[in-house]
Design a protein around this ligand. Structure first.
Ligand code: F6R
Length: 267
């Protein structure tokens, strides 16, 4: 895992956006895995800016979203399809036919989830999966106890997630209790992952995910098994990391390599 800590959520989001943009530029026919929620909003804002001001071209990009609430139509303001249209797809030049958000109203979920997985495979797999993290350590809606080999399926939201997401629905009672979600196993098959987290309320989950044992009780910890994960944090979400100084050293070393400077001393 490469742990990148920036001073603010804005700076970390810009850094993450540059990471996404470099993939889109290098491999225009790429497959992005996308997340919703509060965390990626600034990243999406920066990608929109890069599209508008720098001509970042998404015309050949395909996308697969992590999850969707069961029972919400795409027109519902809290559905993840609506979120994606409003916060990204409508503002860049991605072909909407190449965007995929799980259908929360599928009649046969077993069949539908298998179909969603197959579509990912048919498109060559996900090149870069963007992830947020829940305060209970979840990625997508893989709540504590989810199998680390799980595939796309229905999942019941944990009480902590219901509480966290009540802010979007105007009360806990209105939050759907079920979601269709990619599994941990599905996410681990992505070629690269970018995990973003901001604010002190994510600090504990981030410390457990990055430095704790790999456990189904913190499904983000499964990313320790992945070969290429970038973790983009602000100071708040990095506050409980025990090896923070080391991550900063690693960043310095990367910057030196990127600028061709190979000596540790100043001269
Ligand atoms: C959303 C998703 C979730 C969120 C997580 C954090 O598609 O998969 O795992 O990333 O719940 O949510 P926010 O960003 O709202 O704190």
């Amino acid at each position: 895992m490469r742990v990148i800590v920036e001073k603010t959520p804005e700076a970390a989001s810009q850094r993450a956006a540059r990471y996404v943009a470099s993939l889109v530029r290098e491999k225009p026919i790429c497959v992005l895995g996308l997340a919703t929620g509060g965390t990626p909003l600034k990243l999406y804002g920066e990608l929109i800016r890069m599209h508008q001001e720098e001509g970042l071209d998404f015309s050949r990009t395909t996308s697969f979203n992590l999850d969707e609430y069961v029972g919400l139509p795409p027109t519902h303001e809290q559905s993840y399809r609506y979120f994606m249209q409003h916060n990204l797809f409508d503002k860049i030049n991605i072909d909407v036919r190449n965007t995929h958000v799980p259908d929360g109203r599928a009649l046969d979920f077993d069949k539908y989830c298998e179909h969603y997985e197959q579509m990912i495979v048919d498109n060559g797999g996900i090149d870069l999966q963007i992830l947020g993290i829940g305060t209970d350590g979840h990625i997508a809606f893989n709540e504590p106890g989810s199998s680390l080999g799980s595939r796309t399926r229905l999942k019941t939201l944990a009480p902590e997630t219901v509480k966290d997401n009540a802010r979007f629905f105007g009360g806990e009672k209105l939050v759907p209790r079920l979601a269709v979600t990619m599994g941990v196993g599905t996410i681990l098959e992505s070629k690269k992952c970018a995990l973003l987290a901001f604010g002190e309320n994510k600090a504990e989950a981030i410390a457990l995910a990055v430095e704790g044992p790999v456990t189904a009780q913190v499904t983000a910890s499964a990313l320790q098994m992945h070969r290429e994960v970038h973790v983009f944090l602000d100071e708040g979400s990095a506050a409980h990391l025990a090896r923070r100084e080391y991550y900063d050293e690693v960043e310095k070393a990367h910057q030196m390599l990127e600028t061709g400077k190979l000596s540790w001393t100043d001269d």
